[in-house]
Design a protein around this ligand. Structure first.
Ligand SMILES: C[S@@+](CC[C@H](N)C(=O)[O-])C[C@H]1O[C@@H](n2cnc3c(N)ncnc32)[C@H](O)[C@@H]1O
Length: 241
């Protein structure tokens, strides 16, 4: 199993196609509404949350360690005639001259910071950015619920229409004591409805026993096979919960 964390640069251009959640937006709109000065949004990504906040008039400082994700965010801000400070930085090493009344780390992204030492560094760095009496809102997975899904079973996350065909995103998670390893794949196959089956078949041809596919994927056989079949391996990751 790779120790590599998800490389968000490689999925920046497709992230918005398959991450369409909006359940947390009303909560963060409410929490940021009356904050004095800028709100520090950590792991802002492509701005799934930043944009609605900026649109609502919140002054947002968006931080993420993936320049690719931030490029998409900056483009979206520009296209909408909006503005926000956008900064490429690791949450574990934040340096700001401003202190913030509110820092937020939404969408369970704290779990992307792997290892206790790095997690402690992140918390210290965030604390150092806060004004006296400032608040930090950080959302987490419920481990008891989430670990039940870390069963090594390959699941299709969804099929999403693109200009070239259909994007199929699939992945599996395994482990959980305490680190859950997540592998995520996506394919763009110009074959419409059969795309889902193609993607599944592509994975199942790796072994006789479909339930064992994950073992073959983690053994590293997967990349070349994907290449031969015209698919693209987009990310391999590790996350903690
Ligand atoms: C699941 S995405 C969430 C993006 C966005 N918050 C959203 O709700 O769609 C996780 C984000 O965390 C960022 N990230 C991961 N580790 C980070 C770190 N150490 N410092 C800053 N950003 C990080 C990734 O680049 C990615 O954009």
């Amino acid at each position: 199993m790779s120790n590599t964390q998800i490389d968000y640069d490689t999925i920046a251009e497709i992230y918005d196609l398959y991450v369409t959640a909006d359940y947390d937006i009303p909560f963060f709109l409410q929490e940021t509404a009356n904050v004095e000065g800028p709100v520090l949004e950590l792991t802002a990504g492509t701005g799934r949350l930043s944009l609605p906040l900026v649109q609502a008039g919140v002054q947002v400082t968006c931080v993420d360690s993936s320049q690719g994700m931030l490029d998409v965010l900056s483009r979206k801000l520009r296209e909408r005639g909006l503005s926000a400070e956008v900064r490429c930085a690791d949450v574990c090493r934040l340096e700001f001259h401003t202190s913030f009344r509110l820092a937020i780390l939404p969408f369970q992204s704290f779990m992307e910071i792997v290892g206790e030492e790095r997690q402690r560094q992140a918390l210290s760095a965030v604390f150092a950015c806060l004004a006296p009496g400032g608040r930090f809102i950080c959302t987490f997975h419920n481990p008891a619920v989430r670990r039940t899904q870390a069963d090594g079973v390959l699941r299709i996350v969804g099929r999403f229409p693109t200009q070239d065909g259909t994007l199929v995103v699939s992945g599996f998670e395994q482990g959980g004591h305490p680190i859950v390893e997540r592998l995520q794949f996506s394919f763009t196959l110009p074959c419409g409805v059969s795309c889902l089956a193609s993607a599944l078949l592509l994975l199942c041809v790796l072994c006789d026993e479909p339930a064992c596919c994950s073992n073959h994927i983690v053994s590293g056989n997967f990349c070349p096979i994907l290449g031969r079949n015209g698919g693209r391996l987009l990310s391999i990751g590790k996350t903690t919960f």
